[in-house]
Design a protein around this ligand. Sequence first.
Ligand SMILES: C[S@@+](CC[C@H](N)C(=O)[O-])C[C@H]1O[C@@H](n2cnc3c(N)ncnc32)[C@H](O)[C@@H]1O
Length: 274
Amino acid sequence: MGARKLLRLFSEEGTVPLFAILTLFPDALEPYLGSSILGIAQSKGLLDVKLVDFRDFARDRHRTVDERPFGGGPGMVLRPEPLVDCIEWLEERHGRFRRLALCPGGQVLRQPLVTELASEERVLLICGRYEGFDARIRQVLEIEEVSVGDFVVAGGELPALMVLEAAARLIPGVLGDERSALEDSFAPNEDGMELLDCPHYTRPRMYRGLPVPEVLLSGDHQAIAAWRRQQALERTKNTRPDLLPGDNTISTNQALNSGSAQTPTPADTRHNAP
Ligand SMILES: C[S@@+](CC[C@H](N)C(=O)[O-])C[C@H]1O[C@@H](n2cnc3c(N)ncnc32)[C@H](O)[C@@H]1O
């Protein structure tokens, strides 16, 4: 996909989900958007991504978007006018977006929000820089703040790509095999639990003295499915017990019993390398 094509702004409006990224650094995002899953999704017409440089909405000839903070202190703060003008301009053309500002203090991104975003018609991802946004932006416009984790990066661009890619891979047709997303970590299983994924193995059967677990070579689909459920549960108990329901003391047998009565689907054996 050509770079210009990615940056085509508002030339055509389809019914595909539209994600608009408001950033001061569109050139930094462009190569990633043209690569891999996001590039393919756009070239297949399954997703539309627009990069908007909100510096274009600065009101002075120096194209100023940031100022020193009132009250003193280090760093610069993003002025409200360029961003608000930019959002209003966008919405006049496309209609209302679900508006998300990337912000370390926002709600931490989790799979349920990602799933919601994948079914939205229009999503706005607003990338901050410096010390962040003037707080009045949120008083003027309804904006959700979203964090990608309890750490701080220099700008909202990488977080915005994470949100976009996480949502894009749930849009029907984007992944080669849609079962992949259903079996990923955090996808609710048949018991409604959001477990981590099980470990995966491929060729060679023996690597540096480490064999592939025998059960995966057995061809016994039911045994493989049970092994995978157990591994997923053990892994979750060990590293993310907070994902388990109730008091986190659910036993392996409980979880295995609730799943083992089910007939394994072909997906249960998707990684059974010969
Ligand atoms: C240096 S940060 C500002 C940090 C801000 N002063 C604070 O402590 O909350 C600049 C921008 O990077 C983005 N950013 C940094 N860390 C983030 C995170 N964990 N999640 C989402 N966005 C983040 C936001 O857009 C933010 O406005």
